[in-house]
Ligand binder design. Structure first.
Ligand code: MOS
Length: 753
């Protein structure tokens, strides 16, 4: 992998930012030293096992837990009948990321709204005992007809009344999409489907609540936001912030599934408070299929264009499934008004209620779906007009955000196209379907564009420099495997010119300075900016002490004339004149210098510019003509994401996203049995995700992109852009190889044959 690392706005003398650094938490992770939520020990720990509803819609008419409770070692069976008196008001169950509606109140009443809904918790002295006892709880249900078929419910779709905070509704129509479409010399309309997908992080959802004698709780929760979990718990259980500390130093993958507090958190806290004992609740893999998922979405996309491929009309309509109790929303169709230049666009997004749990954010929520449909349709347009797919994109290149009528903060998508095409060898492509083959294998080359929002959120961070020369930086964000620990250490080390080894990073603890959930690809820009700001304050304090020291060689210089490097503050260009950080600290007379800063995006810049990351994805597939087996043999993903803090962890983010895209294109599919109303393949044996053997060559390019508006440190974020566009590039390659247009992902063998 090669990448071009830009060094603009690197702190003077900086050694780490922009360079490939190993994860500072890597050793802990590979040696088992990193502990996850379900692994923390507690004296007298008890174990909870969740009972999941066996019907899809209806109510509980009888629960008999006497046989279960008669077993020695079983402590209590919680159901709606004996649920302790806790808040029942919907508002208390809200969290930072909740969509509008009435959040689920676990064990709240006898009603069942979806299969797998938690309806009981068995607490016992061991996990095995709790699991066994759960099988002895007798439950009678009254069944009601359920709705789990989006196709059947699309006729009753509606525009959500209350918009989800942070999610832009579709922009108002521009021009006259209907009229322009009707007049367009080239036009077509198609429907695109993507299977429901579940996140399936390696670490299942888990919570260990450690009960303190003083009634205070220490909660180890699998979450992307410790303070979000803390607020959820204090709100529902009427506790004070001081009573609940939520800790989550490591997260074994989440992909969005850890944004909302999940039901095991509620149940573990409830049981611990009631029993006055420590409780652990870990979900099984099949229970991992009973909460959040990527929503079932039916998309219709119509493109109208001139004969040479200039877009004249885009109509993009999406109907997405949600639960019966909340209106989950994500940005699906807006991309079609954003990515290409087109005077007439009409975009709609509606929901339909289903008896499932509320869908949730899953890596690049909305964009994965919407951009897939748009980019598959663009490939169809390329074939309808005989214009090369890459040339077609350049012909319709958007110079500004036409949804909002604003310029982009930066947009190096042209460079992505050029560098990606060059690396891939796109110019050697014969556009004719089925024209490239090797032996029994048909070869297909496809490409697509990707886009994702560049966001920054208000975040606080603290930096503490100690007399022993160590520097600690802290904020309550998470590292869900993305490399947050490492980039924070890099920024801190460079800000004060100390070796990265002397930096300690603290995150994933609700007592730390305030941070939003880690999500939306905003953590590096948000936590990074706050950490740098806190370090700069320490830097200034330190410099002021250094200047005032007797006979200080820095006395006549301002802070802009010195560099912080090698543990020293030195005159720029004259390294022999310096004060060491430890001497400056000693001169302060304090044991440490500490600063806390809060940083937020500049509202004026936000109003004036649109910030997005972009990518160009090129894919090669090889398909066995006799067997229909598809192999993705090569992917080149050229990404423009502003400043790259750490090309090693950045590349890993893109690799992970691309692999996720391969899964979306070829493997991942949660299959709903519509008669029963349940996802039936609720295990990793039957829900396929790419394995090592499915992945061949993935080449990541980071193109140079200077962005001084998206965030103060030039970062635009990388967690999600890798998945966007990947499935479309693969689907387009499958068309090129076979001449078959498959508009329903995943593209399994039966669809190819
Ligand atoms: Mo991401 S789906 O915001 O974790």
């Amino acid at each position: 992998m090669t990448s071009n690392i830009q060094d603009f706005s690197r702190p003077k003398g900086g050694r780490y930012v922009g360079t490939a650094q190993r994860r500072i938490d890597g050793r802990l992770k590979v040696t088992g030293g990193a502990k996850y939520a379900g692994e923390f020990p507690a004296p007298g720990l008890t174990y909870g096992y969740v009972i999941s509803a066996a019907i899809t819609h209806g109510r509980i008419i009888r629960i008999d837990s006497s046989a279960a409770e008669a077993i020695p070692g079983v402590i209590k069976v919680f159901t709606y009948q004996n649920r302790p008196k806790i808040a029942s008001d919907d508002k208390k169950y809200q969290d930072q990321t909740a969509p509008p509606g009435s959040p689920m109140r676990p064990l709240g009443d006898d009603q069942i709204a979806y299969s797998g809904q938690p309806i009981g918790l068995v607490v016992a002295e061991t996990f095995e005992l709790a699991r066994h006892a759960a099988t002895l709880v007798e439950i009678d249900y009254e069944r009601r007809p359920h709705k789990t078929d989006l196709e059947a419910e699309r006729g009753s779709s509606y525009e959500p009344k209350e918009k989800r905070s942070g999610i832009s509704p579709p922009p108002p129509p521009r021009g006259d999409a209907e009229g322009a479409y009707d007049k367009a010399p080239v036009r077509f309309e198609n429907e695109y489907r993507v299977a429901v997908e579940h996140h399936n992080p390696m670490e299942p959802h888990a919570t260990t609540v450690v009960w303190g004698e003083d009634g205070k709780l220490t909660v180890y929760d699998k979450t992307q936001g410790v303070q979000n979990s803390q607020n959820y718990v204090t709100g529902i259980f009427g506790l004070k912030k001081d009573d609940v500390r939520v800790i989550s130093p490591f997260v074994g993958g989440a992909f969005g599934s850890g944004l909302r507090p999940q039901y095991q958190l509620f149940l573990a806290v409830m049981a611990a408070m009631e029993l006055k004992r420590s409780v652990r609740v870990v979900l099984t893999r099949d229970q991992m299929f009973t909460f959040t998922h990527r929503p079932d979405t039916i998309q219709t996309l119509a493109l109208g264009a001139s004969k040479d491929g200039k877009l004249q009309a885009i109509k993009h309509d999406a109907v997405a499934g949600t639960s019966t109790f909340e209106d989950y929303q994500e940005v699906v169709v807006n991309w079609s008004g954003l990515i290409y230049d087109c005077p007439n666009a009409k975009l709609t997004y509606e929901l339909a209620k289903l008896n499932t749990y509320t869908p949730g954010d899953m890596r690049a929520p909305g964009a994965t779906l919407g951009v897939y449909a748009l980019e598959a349709a663009m490939d169809e347009l390329a074939y309808a007009t005989g214009v090369d797919p890459l040339e077609l994109r350049l012909k319709n290149y958007a110079e500004k955000d036409e949804n909002e009528g604003k310029p982009f903060s930066s947009k190096e998508l042209r460079a992505c196209y050029a560098q990606g095409a060059e690396r891939f060898g796109w110019s050697k492509r014969n556009p004719e379907p089925r024209s490239m083959r090797e032996g029994r294998e048909l070869i297909g080359w496809g490409m697509a564009t990707g886009a994702w929002e560049a966001q920054m959120m208000e975040t606080s961070a603290r930096a503490v420099l100690k007399t022993d020369g160590t520097l600690e930086v802290a904020t309550a964000t998470a590292d869900i495997g993305t490399g947050t620990y490492t980039i924070m250490a890099q920024l801190a080390a460079d800000a004060l010119g100390v070796p990265i080894e002397s930096v300690t990073v603290k995150i994933g603890d609700s007592t730390l300075p305030k941070s939003p959930v880690e999500g939306g690809s905003w953590a590096a820009a948000s936590a990074g900016t706050a950490v740098q700001a806190a370090c700069h304050t320490v830097r200034e304090t330190l410099f002021n002490h250094a200047r005032k020291m007797e006979g200080s060689p820095l006395a006549n210089f301002g802070i802009d004339r010195v560099v912080f490097e090698n543990g020293r503050i030195a005159v720029e260009g004259d390294p022999s004149r310096f004060v060491t950080l430890t001497d400056a600290l000693a001169a302060s007379g304090e044991a440490e210098i500490s600063a806390e800063e809060t940083t937020a995006p500049d509202p004026k810049t936000k109003e004036k510019y649109s910030g997005y990351t972009h990518s160009a994805v090129f894919a090669e597939v090889r398909i066995d003509e006799d067997l229909g087996v598809i192999r993705v043999t090569r992917i080149v993903d050229a990404v423009a994401a502003g400043r790259i803090l750490n090309p090693k962890t950045a590349r890993s983010q893109i690799l992970g996203g691309v692999v996720f895209g391969v899964g979306m294109a070829l493997h991942e599919e949660s299959l709903m049995d519509k008669e029963i109303g349940r996802f039936m393949n609720h295990n990793i044996a039957e829900y396929h995700i790419p394995a090592n053997a499915d992945i061949r060559e993935i080449d990541v390019i980071f193109v140079d992109e200077h962005d001084d508006k998206a965030s103060p440190i030039g970062v635009k974020g990388l967690g999600e852009i890798g998945i966007v566009g990947t499935a479309a590039a693969i689907a387009n390659a499958v068309f090129h190889a076979t001449g078959r247009r498959i508009r329903h992902l995943p593209i399994t063998i039966d669809k190819v044959m």
